[in-house]
Design a protein around this ligand. Structure first.
Ligand code: SF4
Length: 97
């Protein structure tokens, strides 16, 4: 059963895919809320994860937590322990050394 907080978090993540950080039409969505636990969804919502970064200079592909271990547009994030979009971003973005 999904709790109210989980529902709010899922809506927050879903909203991220429809507003400023939204992937463009036909773009790949890597982090799918329906495939994550409530805790995973909540963490992404708190960190304001978006599939498309509002700042082209700060994208997941340039973040120290990103691993390009998946083919295509998706990789994985060490912080979230799950998928992340190469062009995405969250509040914990840190440049690669
Ligand atoms: S920590 Fe880095 S790789 Fe992970 S979602 Fe945030 S910006 Fe992307």
């Amino acid at each position: 059963m999904l709790t109210l907080s989980g529902s709010v978090a899922i809506l927050a993540v879903a909203a991220c895919t429809k507003q400023g950080g939204s992937p463009s039409q036909g773009a790949v969505v890597c982090a799918k809320p329906e495939k994550m636990t409530e805790a995973e969804v909540n963490l992404r919502a708190v960190q304001h994860y978006t599939e498309t970064s509002p700042d082209p200079q700060k994208v997941c592909a340039g973040c120290a937590f990103f691993k390009a271990d998946v083919q295509g547009s998706c990789g994985s994030c060490d912080l979230f322990k799950g998928p992340a979009n190469r062009g995405g971003k969250c509040d914990s973005w840190s440049p690669k050394a």
